[in-house]
Design a binder for this molecule. Structure first.
Ligand code: FAD
Ligand code: NAD
Length: 404
């Protein structure tokens, strides 16, 4: 009898959690499991702002996939997925074609530019480990060039961060600590450097607890970060960004670096399938299957689920992606044993947003936390993600221990 084949696309939080749980719940001969990922490594997307600012080496943000999978039970293929044929049940990649009985699509997020002119071309996005490393090097290049050029263009030293959501704020927190180091390294007076966060909504971290938002803004402002609130970016050019200030008034900020952190969408490969989607995110059934496709599971940032209490979508987070991975592994086992699937119910523990290495804000189990305590919790959350996938050895190798 032919064993069922399970294809998992993407080795981010969702895909890798699915695979390590399948390894646990399925016997060696129960299924042919194949994991396909673009790189031979997994990167911690939730640490990318640190690699982008240069406060953490990009090497520390990633680890080899082979270190956490059981090669006897799972075949890993390094390949870039090019198309998913959910009718013909096959996937095309730059490393061959793969067929499946069940597929788990966990291809993650892409930066959303909302069609705003120039952003795709002139802004950088904290989208993956290579992009984060590029941002770090770009900022360093601007500082080095300013230092060396005889006629100085101070706008090289302006960094614009588009969007004051969690990604924008966490990146600003790292920059606040990194800029003084860069000034020292490249002989740049601190007062020449501007870091400006441009946010469209009337507040920073729209919808988050106002007291915690005030804490974050005061902390960042005290370290020289500027905020331009209620002023959407409407265009990016090679020189900087145009922002809208009031009905008919526009302003232009010249900048050597523009980092776009104003929202995410799902992976665009989803848009080329017949599955109904919104910005490449699929409103999945309660057991995380794509409507109308019993053999297709979609998890992580490519999936959309409505929180029935608030009637709004759950935010795309690593926390949810990992829980979905566990759920899918269980459901795949059930399907193979002829049992019914169970619905996915998110277990939200809270949100902690770092403000650099030494400070943070958050709401954990309904309680507000700030300062070193919150920062400690954030590091424990980061270490827990490593533990859940790679156990204690991975925590020892890649974990965050600078917690005092
Ligand atoms: P991803 O983690 O994006 O993984 C997708 C994988 O698919 C990657 O390995 C990628 O290389 C691979 N892939 C993509 N395209 C292809 C292709 N065509 N072929 C082959 N492989 C491909 N969430 C939290 O819960 N807490 C946080 O503190 C937090 N902090 C964040 C900080 C930052 C800076 C950012 C950007 C996000 C943060 N998030 C956080 C959100 C979280 O990172 C995402 O929700 C999470 O990464 C989604 O997991 P995923 O498995 O869906 O996708
Ligand atoms: P987001 O959608 O949460 O925030 C984007 C921000 O950009 C919003 O404040 C929005 O008003 C603003 N914006 C949109 N268009 C704009 C424009 N034209 N000009 C200026 N500002 C504009 O996106 P994100 O911060 O990238 O977060 C993505 C997901 O990752 C979220 O689900 C978030 O919860 C999660 N995340 C979590 C953490 C954490 O838990 N610590 C950290 C980072 C990201």
């Amino acid at each position: 009898l032919k064993r069922p084949s399970i294809l998992v696309l993407g080795a981010g939080y969702g895909g890798l959690t699915t695979v390590v749980n399948l390894q646990k719940v399925l016997g060696t001969d129960a299924a042919d499991i194949t994991l396909i990922n673009k790189n031979e490594y997994h990167y911690e997307s939730t640490w990318l702002h640190e690699a982008a600012a240069g406060t953490l080496l990009s090497e520390q943000v990633r680890y080899d996939i082979k270190d956490v999978i059981d090669g006897v039970k799972v075949k890993f293929v390094q390949a870039t997925v090019e198309a998913i044929d959910v009718v013909g049940k096959k996937v095309s990649t730059d490393n061959g074609e793969f067929t499946y009985d069940y597929i788990v699509i966990a291809l993650g997020f892409e930066g959303e530019t909302f069609g705003i002119e120039g952003l795709d071309k002139y802004a950088l996005s904290i989208a993956n480990v290579k992009a984060a490393r590029y941002i770090r090097e770009h900022i360093e290049f601007q500082f080095a060039t300013w230092s060396a050029e005889p006629v100085k263009d101070d706008s090289r030293l302006t960094i614009i961060v588009g969007g004051a959501g969690f990604t924008g704020i966490e990146f600003l927190g790292e920059l606040a600590n990194r800029v003084p180091e860069l000034c020292k390294e490249f002989d740049v007076p601190r007062e020449k450097v501007r870091v400006v966060c441009v946010e469209a909504a009337p507040m920073v971290l729209p919808g988050f607890d106002p007291e915690l938002v005030n804490y974050a803004v005061s902390h960042l402002e005290s370290k020289g970060i500027e905020f331009s609130i209620g002023t959407p970016v409407v265009e990016a050019t090679p020189e900087g960004v145009k922002i809208k200030k009031g009905d008919d008034h526009f302003d232009f900020i010249k900048a050597g670096t523009v980092v776009w952190a104003a929202g995410v969408r799902g992976n665009r490969l989803i848009e080329a399938t017949p599955i109904e989607n919104m910005r490449a995110r699929v409103k999945v059934d309660k057991d995380l299957r794509a409507p109308g496709y019993d053999d297709v599971f979609i998890i992580g940032d490519c999936a959309l689920m409505i929180n029935e209490e608030t009637n709004r979508p759950y935010p795309p987070t690593a926390q949810i992606a990992m829980q979905q991975g566990e759920n899918v592994a269980k459901n795949l086992k059930s399907l193979m044993s002829g049992e019914t699937t169970v619905e996915f119910v998110p277990d939200l523990k809270g949100t902690v947003c770092s403000l650099g290495d030494d400070d943070a804000i958050g709401v954990v189990f309904g309680k507000k936390v700030t300062g070193k305590r919150a920062s400690f919790m954030k590091k424990m959350i980061d270490n827990r993600a490593l533990f859940m996938i790679g156990g204690p050895m991975l925590v020892l190798k890649k974990g965050k221990f600078n917690v005092l």
